[in-house]
Design a binder for this molecule. Structure first.
Ligand SMILES: Cc1cc2nc3c(=O)[nH]c(=O)nc-3n(C[C@H](O)[C@H](O)[C@H](O)COP(=O)(O)O)c2cc1C
Length: 164
C-alpha cells in the first residue's frame, strides 16, 4: 500500500488527526492545497480530511474535482466537526450536500469530533457563533475539545482491512 493523507485545517484539530493517521499508516502527508493532481499517480490509497464550517466541508474540491483519477484508488474521507459521529442523519445530509455521487459511491466516510475553543477562534467566527448562540435556546459550548487519538482507530482499521 502506498498511501497519502491530504488535509485542510483552520484551527488545528484536522491537522492533528491527519498527523496521527499518517504516522499510524506510515503514509505521506500534505496540506491538500499544496498537493497537485499529478501527484495522485504515486499512490493507491488516498485519505482526505477536512473540517466542516457552516455545513460545508473545507476544500472538498481537492477530491471532488479529481474523481476521474481517484476512481482507480481506495478513497477515504474524514470530516471533523463539532457534530457527534452518532448523528447519522446529519452525516448523510452532509454527504448529500458536499459529495458528488461518484464520491458518495466510492469513498468510505468517517466523522471525527473536533474542538470549539473561543480563545482560538478568529474574531469573525467568534462573533458569528455568539450571534447564533444569542438566538438559540440550546447554546453551543465554546469551550470544548474532543480531539482524541482513539477516534482515528476505526478509520485505521478500515484502511488496513484489505492491506494486512
Ligand atoms: C464558524 C464555525 C462554523 C462551524 N460549523 C460547523 C458545522 O456546520 N458542523 C460541525 O460539525 N462543526 C462546525 N464547526 C466546528 C468545526 O468544524 C470545528 O471547530 C473543527 O474542529 C475545526 O477543525 P480545524 O481545527 O481543523 O480547523 C464550526 C466552527 C466554526 C468556528
Amino acid at each position: 500500500m502506498k498511501a497519502v493523507v491530504l488535509y485542510r485545517s483552520k484551527y488545528g484539530s484536522t491537522k492533528q488527526y491527519a498527523l496521527w493517521i499518517a504516522e499510524e499508516l506510515g503514509a505521506d502527508i500534505f496540506p491538500a492545497d499544496t498537493f497537485s493532481a499529478e501527484q495522485f499517480s504515486t499512490y493507491d490509497t488516498v485519505i482526505f480530511g477536512a473540517p466542516i464550517f457552516g455545513g460545508a466541508i473545507l476544500g472538498i474540491a481537492a477530491v471532488a474535482d479529481n474523481m476521474a483519477v481517484l476512481k482507480e484508488k481506495r478513497l477515504f474521507v474524514f470530516t471533523v466537526g463539532i457534530t457527534s459521529p452518532d448523528a447519522e442523519k446529519n452525516l448523510s445530509d452532509l454527504r448529500e450536500k458536499n459529495f458528488p455521487d461518484s464520491l458518495i459511491k466510492q469513498a468510505e466516510h468517517f466523522h471525527l469530533r473536533g474542538a470549539l475553543e473561543a480563545e482560538k477562534l478568529t474574531f469573525g467566527h467568534k462573533l458569528l457563533l455568539k450571534m447564533i448562540n444569542s438566538s438559540m435556546r440550546n447554546k453551543l459550548d465554546l469551550h470544548q475539545n474532543h480531539v482524541s487519538f482513539e477516534a482515528i482507530l476505526p478509520l485505521i482499521e478500515a484502511v488496513r482491512r484489505e492491506n494486512p
